[in-house]
Every structure is written in structure tokens, then in C-alpha cells.
Design a protein around this ligand. Sequence first.
Ligand code: GLU
Length: 304
Amino acid sequence: MIDYQKILETITSNCALSKDKGEIATYIPELAKVDRSRFGIHLVNSEKKEFQSGDSNELFSIQSISKVLSLAYAISIIGEAVWQRVDVEPSGDPFNHLSLLELENGIPRNPLINAGAIVIADILVSHLENPKSDFLQFVRKLANDDSIDFDPNVAQSEKKTGFRNYAAANLLKSYGNLKNDVDIVLDFYFHQCSIAMNCAQLTKVFYLFMNRGVCQQNITHLSISQVKRINALMLTCGFYDEAGEFAFEVGLPGKSGVGGGIVALLPGKYCVATWSPGLNAKGNSKLGMEALEKLTTATAQSIF
Ligand code: GLU
């Protein structure tokens, strides 16, 4: 039997000793206020047993992690039609690069880079009666937790400084790959990114991706093949232009966000979330990535 609790505690004490904790993202001013020394980790296994250590109950901005949830919601609504609007290839570029978008005629490389997530946001705005609140309800239902909410200060902060996202949305619009008004789509996108969660909530929300589309409340939200595809995208595109490095070091599908969160999963076995706000040069949580490398090494469990 693997002693997950002991492993998580060892990881947390090792991380506390680490001198280089990375740099906080400051391009969204509201994110710059967070204390760099925070670290939390939470793991839920397939029997729904929970293990945690450090600041695992502290709320943080999930940012790009929300892109997996909006994709899952869009797929649950329009299925395969999603792939007519966005591709499934890794970009090898930072999350907010625009050059490929021009080269590839307004079809974003994948749904986990900003341009791709903005197209997914557009799909949701088209299909939902109350896009922001319907999306929030979807996320709350996955975790069975109505306390999950947007952080209006973070959404507002990004609205003021999200010039590249406005550029991406306008470029998409010029190619005919954005059906709704740029401001309406970006308002939705900034809100989805602003959702605050802690590590424990994140593992609950992502439980269905390790459990063949069935959430902790035994509700089926996605088919096995839809989950297979979303997990494949997390593995190949979930870590900006460091997805190869994450597969190499950690060996799990997952997604990171510039708020310092990472969620990852081993299908059929466990879902784990880490939070440490300092980022490495590629924009992934520095200690979070190191922690997950230690986890898959100590347990000898990864998809490889
Ligand atoms: N809302 C952020 C942006 O669009 C998300 C970035 C991220 O977490 O990768 O810039």
C-alpha cells in the first residue's frame, strides 16, 4: 500500500526548504499580491480517500486550469463539432502567442492556449442562456460545492490589462472564427479564468477526468472517448511550451495556470493538485512541478 499522506508531507517539507521558489506573475496586477512562500498539495484516490499537506485549503486563482473545464463543458454540449473550430496539436509556443494564428488562418492550435480557449468561450456564449452563471453551475456541480465562485477583482484586473487577449480575439474575429462580440466573449473568458479554488476543490472538480467521465457524485458528464481526448490534450498541451518537460519529469496529464496551480491525474488511480504561486521561466509553478516529479518518482506511478 502506498502511503500517500507520508509522501505528501515529505514533499511539502522539501519544498519549504527550496531557495528558488520562482517568480509571481505580475502581468495581471491582482495576481501579484499573493505570498510567494505558499505551498499546498491535495490528492484524492479512486476510492475517494483524500490526502493533503500544506496550504491545500487556501483559495487561489485557477486561471488557465479553467480552460480544461470550459472545453469539457463545450464538448458535453456540442460534441465533436468543437474540432471544426480549434485544432489538437501542441503549439510549442507560449500561451499567448499570436503568430501561429495568422499562419493557420484563425484556427488555434489547441483549446488550451489562449486563442483556443477564447474560441471555446465563444462556443459557450453561443450555446448557453446565461453563459457565466451556467458555467459556474457546471463547475460547482462537478465538485458538489456551491461555494466555488468567480473573483471579480481578478476578472476586472485582467480586463484592464488583457491587451494580447483582445488582439487574439480580434484576429479570430477577422478570420470568422468568433461568432459573438469580442467584448462579450472576453468578459466570459476573464471570468472563467478568475475562478478561485483551493487544491482540495480542484481535485474534486477534476475527479471525472481520472474516472472515465463520472464525477464524485456518480454523474456521467463525458463519454470515455471524450475523456481520453481531453486527457491527451492535457498531456500534450497542458503546460505551455513545457508540455514535453512535464511529461518527461512527471509523466501525467495535467494543466497549470499562472496563478501557480497545477492539477494532474493518473487515470483510474488518483487526481492531485498543487499550488505554489512562484512560476518558472515557462510560466509553470516551479515548486508544483518539482512536487509532482517527486510524487510520481516516490510512488513509481505515472502513465508511463
Ligand atoms: N487569464 C490568463 C491569460 O489569459 C490565463 C493565463 C494562464 O493561466 O496561462 O493571460
